[in-house]
Write a protein that binds this ligand. Structure first.
Ligand code: TYM
Length: 331
């Protein structure tokens, strides 16, 4: 049975990008693979969250995982900071990661641009921590969205480098996971370009109330409309269709696609439909989140069970790694 690892930072409420890029796959994979899904709360420290916010955000994401259908009896659901083995191994892995390659990472360059007053060392070694998350459970597959492609490529590099350096086959080389060989997914924002993201400020949350969803969708960037038949869709319009593809029925998508192609499309109608379809999709999830987030006893039980399972797996690998590196007991 292949092993699967993936995580989401606790930077706020999950949005449609997180769901369709990652969590939807988690839910499907948990049935027949050995899955570890976690909340990357250590990763989220790079932005210096207030301690109360950090706690509330971890709690929210845990509730959202469960509300989306992750089953703690099937998958190991845990909080990264509950597994100290990860930070120990991260220290070892840092010795084989080079400044040049870390500085060249797109996500580092982006973050350094976005938070110029806080270019901390944790941002630089972010891919090392992420690689550690993955290889400490000897993962074969990592279901992530397109934006994590480069980080995953680095995890592959670090796993290979460790194996080669110590002439061992300790770590499988983790692969991105997509269903039936499809490309990794990128859910766009509604502001005309780029991806949906928390820090892009263009995200629609799973827990967001319908009024606010309608408002955001109705404000989505469009243009004056097609001027000739079967014209290629410009990016902002394609983005609306991409979102529709994931939340609406094929008939609905076809209806608006035909309308676009014969120049009769009315973007207002399309947005109204898209907003309602997003709301229909998120409503049951939102209602479950509202119940679960209040259930301290349940959340506690889930986190504890997950921590125990994740630590069992991580400490086994760490023990092997210490031995391979040459740390031997003198007593
Ligand atoms: P994070 O927290 O930014 O995002 C969590 C997951 O959601 C996906 N995602 C998207 N997918 C498609 N379209 C979008 N617009 C979109 N926005 C977000 C991400 O690709 C990701 O799968 N570094 C990771 C967290 C992490 C991790 C790991 C992941 C830490 N350790 C080990 C896998 C394995 C991150 O910041 O994801």
């Amino acid at each position: 049975v292949p092993t699967v690892v993936s995580g989401i930072r606790s930077t706020g409420n999950l949005h449609l990008g997180n769901y369709f890029g990652a969590v939807k796959n988690f839910v499907q994979m948990q049935h027949d693979m050995n899955c570890y899904f976690f909340i990357a709360d250590i990763h989220s420290l790079t932005t210096h969250p207030h301690p109360d916010h950090l706690y509330q955000n971890v709690r929210q994401v845990l509730s959202e995982y469960l509300a989306c259908g992750l089953d703690p009896e099937k998958a190991t659901l845990f909080i990264q900071s509950d597994v100290p083995e990860i930070t120990e191994m991260y220290t070892f892995m840092n010795m084989n990661a080079y400044l040049g390659e870390l500085e060249r990472t797109t996500s580092f360059k982006d973050k350094a641009r976005k938070q110029p007053d806080n270019v901390n060392a944790g941002l630089l070694t972010y891919p090392v921590l992420m690689a550690t998350d993955i290889i400490i459970h000897k993962a074969h597959f990592v279901p992530v969205g397109k934006d994590q492609e480069q980080n995953l490529e680095m995890a592959r590099t670090f796993a290979r480098r460790f194996n080669r350096m110590y002439k061992v086959e300790e770590f499988p080389i983790p692969k991105p996971f997509t269903f039936d060989g499809k490309d990794m997914i990128k859910i766009p924002g509604l502001d005309g370009s780029g991806k949906m993201g928390k820090s892009e400020g263009n995200a629609i949350g799973l827990a967001e109330d319908p009024k606010s969803i309608r408002k955001k969708v109705m404000r989505a960037v469009t243009d004056a409309g097609p001027t000739e038949m079967n014209q290629k869709k410009p990016e902002p319009i394609q983005n609306l269709f991409t979102l529709m593809d994931v939340v609406s029925t094929p008939d609905t998508v076809k209806h608006f696609d035909d309308a676009y192609n014969n120049c009769s499309i009315r973007y207002g109608d399309m947005k109204k439909q898209l907003a309602e379809d997003i709301i229909n999709f998120t409503t049951p999830i939102r209602e479950r989140i509202e119940d679960i987030v209040k259930d301290d006893a349940y959340l506690g039980k889930v986190a504890q069970m997950g921590a125990e399972k994740a630590r069992a797996s991580a400490s086994q690998t760490l023990k092997e790694v210490r031995e391979i590196i040459g740390f031997r007991k003198f007593y």
